[in-house]
Design a protein around this ligand. Structure first.
Ligand SMILES: [Zn+2]
Length: 77
């Protein structure tokens, strides 16, 4: 249901999704990415990145439950 003019903004259920769930200042530049284990190819983690400040692929050392060790998880689409 779209928010109408008579809407009371303090009622969360009344707010449009973009107001209730997201920070509108960063919404347009942050995109959700998935982090994939290079060994077993499992997609174990997801995060967001700012496309304007982060160029290139992200890489994090994360624990992989399948490999039972830390591996260099890389950004994947
Ligand atoms: Zn793994």
């Amino acid at each position: 249901m779209p928010c109408v003019a008579a809407c009371r903004p303090w009622e969360a259920s009344c707010l449009p999704a973009e107001v209730a769930g997201h920070d509108r200042r960063t919404d347009k530049v942050r995109e959700i990415i998935t982090l994939q284990c290079p060994v077993c190819k499992n997609r174990n983690y997801s995060t967001t990145k700012n496309k304007k400040t982060t160029t290139g692929r992200l890489e994090f050392s994360k624990f992989c439950n399948t490999c039972r060790k830390h591996t260099d998880h890389k950004e994947t689409k």
